[in-house]
Design a protein around this ligand. Structure first.
Ligand code: SAH
Ligand code: SF4
Ligand code: F3S
Length: 461
């Protein structure tokens, strides 16, 4: 029998790419590929790329440079594929600039990889950046039990893709196409299978996940809240999350789901980008700061222990010092448990990139420092407030020391526990004793009743 072919997949960017990378690996497993962590020994390397900021996009070319060198040095006949959002945005340019690339495949056409690989093995180069009519998900096999176990008890499920919002800074509507929701029955089947394979936590993902409007088995259009209610009934699923949401799509039923569904974690990532109404308008976010405050007030009323997270952009074209201070003010008022923040990066083809009043790099850098200092203080305060609280922790992976396991709190914090009386894929109840910069430490109180039943499929480390 032939030795199995080896596949190395590297994911950049958001969770959608992580999910897509898994699905590509699942599909290629059927073609006889096994995954490796060593690009140098791979027969096929896939770079699943991100175009969101210039730095993210540049990583592809430096990675391709490394691959070219290593191929020259080892003489290995590695095939090189570029997938994801850079592939979609600049496929032709990649082919021109990087002869090491054998194929380019966009985020909506990667189910065609096997055919493309057959063509490439014949010596041709191949590009597919269509937005095909057929649904790629219909052509992708489910992960094997071994693949799911390796990925751990917390899994992503894509429920919605693409975006119709066209924020003036953002490439996503161009790289991922129009907003599409997957049918409820297909999501349910995927979630059920993952639960049977031992998955305990599902994060529903989409570029605009709370705009979800999938066709239900009853023919009705289901909201994200409807979907969450149904998913919470799946035996074994102890936790539900969703990301990324847009403030404009934060429906009343979704807020109520946080009150009514114990499985829905008390954590909301809701990007706001700026605290200035003028900047928000220029970004085409289609809401002001008041809507954001209003959502948070309603969310806290529904679920008092909710923690909040967000994304921020500093130095959007035309942003004044006073407008930046409004963002600082919003941060101080809300008190975020975590956040991501970025310097504005002009992206080709987006309206804001052509704006005359670009903010100077040094100003962006200085604003980012101030913003991050404030967000970091807010995160530490939140972590410190967790000391003494008792949480359910989902054990996910081995820790650094023997006997240690690392799990996650409801708030996505890493929690290190020594010698827990449970294994990976199980919940335990932990009292937090210490908050470090990157993780919490705690002592085990008990194995909660919900988790003491053996997992449907145990996940051994
Ligand atoms: N759909 C999500 C965001 C997806 S992109 C939303 O609507 O909020 C993830 C984050 O990257 C964004 O929230 C934004 O903060 C950041 N981002 C997007 N484009 C950017 C750009 N051109 N420059 C800097 N940051 C950007
Ligand atoms: Fe980009 Fe805006 Fe769509 Fe988010 S909502 S993906 S920031 S265009
Ligand atoms: Fe990047 Fe594409 Fe995600 S641009 S952030 S990988 S949708």
């Amino acid at each position: 029998m032939d030795a199995p072919r080896k596949l190395y997949v590297k994911s950049f960017g958001c969770q959608m790419n992580v999910y897509d990378s898994h699905r590509m690996a699942d599909m290629l497993a059927r073609e006889g590929y096994v995954e490796t962590n060593e690009p140098a020994e791979a027969d096929l390397v896939i770079l699943n790329t991100c175009h969101i900021r210039e730095k993210a996009a540049e990583k592809v070319y430096s990675e391709l440079g490394r691959l070219r060198k290593s191929k020259e040095e080892t003489g290995q006949q590695t095939l090189v594929a570029v997938a994801g959002c850079v592939a979609q945005a600049e496929g032709a340019e990649i082919m021109k600039r990087a002869p090491v690339v054998d194929l380019v495949v966009g985020p909506q056409s990667y189910h065609r990889l096997p055919e493309m690989l057959a063509k490439v093995r014949g010596g041709a180069r191949a590009v597919d950046t269509d937005f095909p009519i057929e649904d790629k998900f219909d052509h992708l096999p489910a992960p094997s039990l071994a693949a799911t176990r390796k990925r751990g008890p917390a899994a992503f499920v894509t429920v919605q893709e693409g975006c119709d919002k066209f924020c003036t800074f953002c490439v996503v509507p161009y790289t991922r196409g129009a907003e599409v929701s997957r049918p409820v029955a297909k999501i349910m089947a995927e979630a059920q299978r993952l639960a049977e394979q031992g998955v305990r936590e599902l994060t529903l993902i989409g570029q605009n996940v709370n705009a979800f409007h999938g066709t239900g088995p009853d023919g009705r259009t289901w909201s994200l809240a409807d979907l969450l209610h149904r998913l919470a009934e799946i035996p074994g699923i102890g936790r539900l999350r969703y990301t990324t949401s847009h403030p404009r799509d934060m429906g009343e039923d979704l807020i109520a789901a946080h009150r009514d569904l114990p499985a829905l974690m008390p954590y909301l990532h809701l990007p706001v980008q700026s605290g200035s109404d003028r900047v928000l308008h220029a970004m085409n976010r289609k809401h002001g700061r008041d809507l954001f405050f209003d959502i948070i007030a309603r969310m806290r009323a529904a679920r008092p222990d909710i923690a909040l997270s967000s994304d921020f952009i500093v130095g959007f074209p035309g942003e004044t010092e006073a407008e930046f201070e409004e963002t600082m003010d919003l941060i101080a008022k809300v008190g975020f448990a975590s956040a991501y923040s970025f310097k504005y990066s002009p992206r080709p083809g987006t309206p804001a990139a052509d704006h005359g009043a670009q903010v100077e790099e040094s100003v962006k850098t200085e604003r980012l420092h101030r913003l991050q200092a404030s967000l970091e203080a807010s995160k530490r305060a939140f972590d410190a407030s967790c000391v003494g609280r008792t949480f359910d922790v989902l054990l996910e992976k081995p820790g650094r020391l023997p006997g240690q396991l690392i799990g996650r709190s409801p708030y996505l914090q890493s929690v290190v526990v020594n010698a827990p009386p449970a294994g990976i894929g199980e919940f335990i109840s932990v009292t937090i004793t210490e908050a470090g910069p990157n993780s919490l430490a705690g002592k085990v109180v008990s194995v909660p009743a919900s988790a003491s039943e053996r997992p449907l499929a145990a996940m051994e480390a």
